[in-house]
Design a protein. Sequence first.
Length: 252
Amino acid sequence: MEIAGKKAVVVGGASGMARASAELLVQRGASVAILDLPTSAGAEVAASLGGVFEPVDVTDDEGVERALDAAVSRLGGLHIAVNTAGGGTAMRTLTKNGPHPLAEFRRVVELNLVATFNLNRLQAFHMSGNEPEDGERGVIIDTASIAAFEGQIGQVAYTAAKAGIAGMTLTMARDLGSLGIRVVAIAPSLFHTGITALIPDEMAAGLVRDAAFPKRMGRPEEYARLAVAIVENPMLNGTTIRLDAGQRFAPK
């Protein structure tokens, strides 16, 4: 899909990989709406990009629908969606205080997997009414993690959630294929964003020592470059792409 002139929604776009994606999409000629928490810098980021901002908590199902409807209305359509909102917890299946709290497991799955699917189903609905361009109506990009494939000790909830995102990608692409809507997930390793951006250099070097090359954390703009490549290449569909410098997580 040609990016110039298209309408894009970037969820989590106030910072990190999503912000870099929004910036690069605008550079390529797209109009962008940022969806992020009310407490985020989303309004400032959107203003700097000539875009729009809609505050939302992705775990608020009805709020997500309202925010997405408003964003699409203000943009005048939706062709590209980049979804990065999520988070995890550090807790083993059996802790010193007893079993992993079920409510915490549910919270992480809701935040990552259920919220992503809710966004996807609504984004696909908006895209389905587009006039096709070479048969294509839209592109949905979700964010998994290499933890989906080799989760570390204490990541059981996060691994389950991110594995769910990777697992639903092909099925969703098949569901939406007749409408000309593609679905691809990106599975990053450690990236220099959010909490990980605060990790001291010496500690970061140890965390990425198993990477083939480069032996460093990923940069937000590298995620953005892959997101743009996915949008532009119509043969990328139904798959989860590792963005990890050849790293495989050790058990801990």
